[in-house]
Design a protein around this ligand. Sequence first.
Ligand SMILES: [Zn+2]
Length: 542
Amino acid sequence: MEDAADLVLAGGAVYTVDAARRWARAVAVRGGRIVAVGGDDDVRGLVGPRTEVVDLRGRMLLPGFQDAHVHPPPGGLEMLRCNLSDAHSLEDYRRLVAAYAAAHPEAPWILGGGWSMDLFPGGNPPKEELDALVPDRPAFLPSRDGHSAWVNSRALELAGITAETPDPPDGRIERGPDGEPMGTLHEGAMDLVAKLVPPPALDEHLEGLRVAQAYLHSLGITAWQDAIVGGHYDTYDAYLRAASEGWLTAHVAGALWWDRHRGEEQVGELLDRRERGSVGRFRATTVKIMQDGVVENFTAGVLEPYLDAEGRPTANRGKSFVDPDALRTYVTRLDAHGFQVHFHAIGERAVRECLDAVDLRHHIAHIQIVHPDDVPRFRALGVVANGQPLWAVNEPQMVELTVPFIGPERARWQYPFASLVRSGAVLAFGSDWSVSSPDPLWGIHVAVNRLPPPGYPYAEGADEPFLPEERIDLPTAIAAYTIGSAYVNHLERETGSIEVGKLADLVVLDRDPFAHPPSEIGEARVLLTLVEGEPVFQDPSL
Ligand SMILES: [Zn+2]
């Protein structure tokens, strides 16, 4: 049989994300592409003697998930180092740090990270805790969100940080009443120690990428946009190597880092990186501009000042890392060269500055606070709203470290996914892993419920939905994590839905979430992940 399929998946609940035909039962794959979508009868004629046939037994088949904002190589490296991100208690942190130090007596530094701010008074872990576990070697452990670091006395000593050391202009050394450094460094102050940490060698970047890719495939992710390629932790060469050696099985759009301390003169280098950066499944076609910080340490750019702990306005409106006028010039220039621009914008002023700077197909990631006047501008300007849905829950980081400092009105402008969708904006989803879990089913769960998924470690007691009026339905949430992110990744013609002619990037779930209550979406598990028809993850139970 000449046109027999290589692979047939039949008897399933196939949700295609194709508006013309949402549901099917079977899919046939040949040469890495989808050659038939339909009922079980429609694919029977394509089964030949060498065709592999998978009986889905009613389970769900989806297009592969695509993460529109994620940091895989450093996330993978964190998994290999002292990884605190799966724990959520000081007791567990003590146990994990002690075990890592004991298992790696040769390591000159204790590196890793992933601790949660809400476990420490004011979000600041003390050096004494680390000193008791690691007295002899320096320890440098960034927080979950990467905007603060926990260090021990040895690290402070090596960096020469004392009561006399001034705060850098873009950061803060957490101090006791006597001015002594207490063991937490915020934003730019992290660099005082980070610059002493030996940067990962190419081998380590490659190992991080390998571990991260396996993990993301196990969660059904087949494509992503790496939100930082370049800068301090440059993974450009690692991606090129993985792609040219053929083991980069994910489709990856790389967002080249815009150095905010330099100006337009860097455009030439970015063009050169794009030119050389198209290998295998890797494309370096995006530029990442970070426009502000985060709300929790008051560096997100806001229109009205932050409030203090008593609810009184301060004088602080956060940061604009790039001058808004310069931003307009840079974006126009990048746009003229055909670059997509990927903005980081958390505060409502930063979101507005980014919207002011664009007139073509770009995307703004995070969009934590969006002024209602700016919601319709996403559609009007063709700017994709790139959301991290897992953050839209009433976890302590939101309730204790965010809402009191932005006030009740602005608190209601957070993660306005339903408003954006109603206004006609294209919505894409991503995780920002290793800031938060890369599990797309957890993200979809929160987008639909605005409640933490079952098993989510950071939100004990968060049983009130977070701004439930901004919930979106399951089809919209799946679309954001598939075709929406495919659009952002310039992959929507090849992937993002199950249609004849598209690549067979597919995911099998252990159940059909449409047939279960929305409160159980986050319990669904991935059993099989295919890229171009080839398994890149398989659960033994399938
Ligand atoms: Zn990020």
